[in-house]
Design a protein around this ligand. Sequence first.
Ligand code: NCD
Ligand code: ZN
Ligand code: ZN
Length: 335
Amino acid sequence: MQLNAPLDMHLHLRDGEMLTRIAKYSAETFSGAIIMPNLVPPVTTKEEVIAYRQRIIQAIGGKTFIPYMTLFFHPSFNKTFLNALRHDITAIKLYPAGITTNSEEGVNGFDIEELRPVLEAMSELEIPLCVHGETNGFVMDREAEFVHIYEKLATAFPKLKIIMEHITTKESVEALDRFDNLYATITLHHLLITLDDVAGGMLQPHLFCKPIAKRPEDREALLNVALRAHPKVMFGSDSAPHPKHAKESCGCAAGIFTAPIALQLLTELFEQHDSLHTLQAFISDNARHIYNIKATPKKIILEKKPFQIPPDYEGVVPMFANKTITYSIKRVIHL
Ligand code: NCD
Ligand code: ZN
Ligand code: ZN
């Protein structure tokens, strides 16, 4: 099995020591990734985006990997400000305040009129809007409740590309086909697990993330569009490393670390569903079309050979630690 220029359209690389520890796992097997801006403090200025990009390049240490940078949305942005950093970013990420890890500086309430000037400017400058789409309602309903906000945004700004990040529900999948300008990323974990895997037996902190994994019928809906590589969906791992002590603790941090195992597990999953022929589109081609980007060439050769997932990667426990899966990475060819 061979994959060309895999792209991870939703990735947390963190900063400082964690960045140094984990950046290589993405840079090794992916050609590039959309880098999420939820640092503390968040990435909100041109200077911060440029400096963060430099720190990522340094952490990657010469590997061919493009960090596609994003800015943390703030309603105070204006067109002059955005125009000046248009070429430093690929998208802007909007977080409702307090809804997920490091989102405290996000948007409070969802007044489209208040957001209109920034969203109109983004639309004119052709800057895609990425959204963590959850309300602060009951945890299982948060994403479905957010769909009407996606609909309002998509209607009010028909030329703005809106990416529904890490979708987990059939309601979000259905919204994709109702609006030309709605797109979505889908994670590996939401294709594999449901709430049962997180909390149906003993609590599994390493499967805890936002949005929480949902019902079997939701996972079915996600699989249905991912496996046929629906042109409006693309892979975004939402690989979100936290130190082991922050996960295995009272008050477990939200986020699942999948970067080093994503391609192997996706190959296994697509093979199980006789869909290996669509994996290339899901892992790269769709994203290139949606974001209009050229990816650095890189070929990943996978082979059907058992691979035991390590217990941790430098202190970060991956999803499915210690499990043996059926595909391994054989070789990476840098072209
Ligand atoms: C992410 C993180 O840790 O930064 N956590 C998560 O559970 N997905 C934030 C996010 O993507 O919502
Ligand atoms: Zn999120
Ligand atoms: Zn995320």
